[in-house]
Ligand binder design. Structure first.
Ligand SMILES: [Mn+2]
Length: 361
């Protein structure tokens, strides 16, 4: 596996690349450019980002958040222009060594939480938290306002202000779009971009819905093994893969994560992994835990063992961390707890490889 770290670029990420490079076993980044959904990513801006990353001794073979424009998801006539931009972005990223693009096909809302800094009573740290009961009281516009307010001035990926400005209109437009319509629009998108990916050696990796169920009555089609079985068949190609995020899929206890990893790993349909832990607090109610198995409800050993067995060469990053040691930063994306997560995942990996292969490279 290749251990990586999410980084937002020196303009908006307070974590210096040097610090990331100093995390044991860190090979590179899952990179990010601060672009609006639908924009073309110009070569010069990709080059500037890559030059900075490479100068710090890191690779960047995975790019996240090449966001799919809402018009593509809604199947509007304007989608072709946005798909053309997406294809141009794929080609430009390939020129700079990108092998995997992580994206999602969630309508309107990317990931969703009801509290970005819920104190964990046991140790005084805080983490992202979700309780559907709170959501019911808030409603979509209120949750957007609260999320922006709680983000300490950081832009959160998927919560870009320009994207949310038209929220009311967009929610209304989705009233006539069901899961099958959304899937049809997804296929239209994949049919256009996957052949280009095959040509330039990039794999598209679809991130699961987070949390792993429909919200606000919006259609969501990527939150179970069954959903992803359909998704990989929409355009059958080794370039049409998923980014298996253990915490997003794992927010629904009915998703057996090690088994889902084995299922899609054996099909060679895992393009990248996000590895983190979840603590269940009730029905549609959870918080993000440290990576250590016993501090949450996911079996991180079984997760890493499945990765070892079916997709040992995949890209991995520790996903959201808690805020610890009084760190101030982008919710979920502080340095310290994610670095601890990487160290823990590396430790599991070394043990699993030693036990099963007699060596660890
Ligand atoms: Mn994730």
């Amino acid at each position: 596996m290749k251990m990586t770290f999410r980084w937002y670029g020196s303009k908006i990420d307070p974590i210096p690349l040097k610090y990331i490079r100093q995390i044991p076993g860190m090979s590179g980044l899952m990179g990010f450019l601060d672009k609006a959904a639908g924009d073309n990513w110009e070569e010069e801006e990709i080059k500037a980002y890559m030059d900075e990353v490479h100068a710090a001794g890191l690779e960047c073979e995975v790019i996240e958040s090449v966001n799919v424009h809402e018009d593509i998801k809604m199947g509007l006539p304007s989608r072709d222009a946005y798909i053309a931009n997406y294809i141009s972005t794929i080609r430009n990223l390939a020129k700079y060594g990108v092998k995997v693009i992580v994206y999602n096909f969630m309508p309107v809302f990317d990931w969703l939480r009801t509290d970005l800094a819920r104190i964990i009573p046991e140790d005084g740290s805080n983490s992202l938290y979700f309780d559907e009961k709170d959501l019911g009281e808030m409603g979509p516009l209120e949750i957007v306002r609260k999320t922006a307010e709680d983000s300490h001035g950081f832009t959160l990926p998927g919560w870009e202000p320009e994207r949310l400005a038209l929220l009311e209109t967009t929610l209304k437009q989705y009233e006539n779009i069901g899961p099958d319509d959304l899937r049809r629009n997804f296929k239209y998108f994949l049919d256009a971009v996957i052949p280009v990916c095959e040509e330039v050696g990039i794999r598209m990796a679809c991130h699961p819905d987070d949390p792993a169920w429909p919200i606000f009555g919006l259609p969501r089609i990527c939150h179970s093994q069954d959903d992803f079985d359909k998704m990989v068949q929409l355009h059958d190609s080794p370039a049409n893969t998923l980014c298996l995020c253990t915490g997003s899929l794992g927010s629904n206890p009915e998703n057996d994560i090690p088994s889902i990893i084995r299922h899609f790993g054996e099909m060679d349909r895992i393009g990248a992994m996000h590895v983190r832990n979840i603590k269940f607090l009730g029905y549609h109610h959870f918080r993000e835990a440290s990576h250590l198995s016993r501090e949450g409800d996911l079996d991180m050993f079984a997760i890493m063992e499945a990765i070892h067995d079916v997709c040992p060469d995949t890209y991995i990053r520790p996903d959201h961390g808690r805020m610890i040691w009084d760190e101030k930063g982008r919710p979920g994306y502080g340095l310290y707890d994610r670095a601890l997560g990487a160290a823990y995942i590396n430790g599991l990996w070394e043990s699993i490889c030693r036990i099963k292969d007699g060596k660890c490279e």
